[in-house]
Design a protein around this ligand. Structure first.
Ligand SMILES: Cc1cc2nc3c(=O)[nH]c(=O)nc-3n(C[C@H](O)[C@H](O)[C@H](O)COP(=O)(O)O)c2cc1C
Length: 181
């Protein structure tokens, strides 16, 4: 697929078929994440694929409540990828502190998008989920309390084929040449 076509086809999918996702497809998405760039090549990530139905439901239930329910759709996703950040190299951590830049979050974001784009190639849909209860999730998944879960990604076969029109600021509104405008 041409790259811009791939990017255009990636959209947040919040309704899934009940069909399980083949692990080899998920592993190709993770391979795309593995190849992502990162500050000082620190690769500050670990991915936990939750595809056990009972565990997956427990994970999904930590992304919404009766009051804030917009993530209830996660219950329908056959699998959820949890991204944990890892302090693999000191240099980007020191650099990040000096420059007040959370490089590891930038890195994780790039890897997450690689996952979502490869998922499109696989005929799968994804949705990044940044709203979740971190501590209970760590307990559920055996993640040490000192670690951070940065993002979740739901993944599965979309229930609908249609690609929505993207709701985005038009191009002239987001760039300029040679100075800030
Ligand atoms: C860091 C991040 C966190 C997000 N968290 C959520 C979330 O908790 N729940 C949700 O439904 N969508 C979430 N999204 C999806 C965005 O709402 C979505 O990407 C945006 O509205 C653009 O729509 P599109 O992905 O369909 O192009 C998140 C996206 C990003 C990048």
């Amino acid at each position: 697929m041409a790259f811009l076509e791939l990017v255009s086809k990636r959209q947040s999918v919040r309704d899934y078929l009940e069909k399980p996702v083949e692990r080899e497809k998920i592993e190709r998405c993770l391979e795309a994440a593995r190849l992502a760039p990162s500050a000082c090549n620190s690769q500050p990530w670990k991915f936990i694929v939750v595809d056990d139905p009972n565990l997956k439901e427990a994970v999904a239930r930590e992304t919404f409540s009766s009051v804030i329910s917009f993530n209830r759709f996660t219950l329908k996703a056959p699998a959820i990828i949890i991204i944990v950040s890892e302090n693999r190299k000191l240099l980007p951590q020191i650099g990040g502190a000096i420059k007040d830049k959370p490089y590891h979050l930038i890195d994780v974001g790039i890897a997450a998008e690689h996952i979502c784009l490869q998922a499109v190639e696989e005929g799968l849909g994804t949705c990044m989920v940044g709203w979740f209860n971190e501590s209970p999730l760590k307990k559920l998944l055996g993640i040490p309390e000192r670690k951070r879960i940065e993002l979740l990604i739901t993944i599965g076969y979309p229930s609908a084929e249609a690609i929505r029109k993207k709701n985005r600021i038009e191009l002239p509104g987001i760039y300029s040449y040679n100075k800030y405008e």
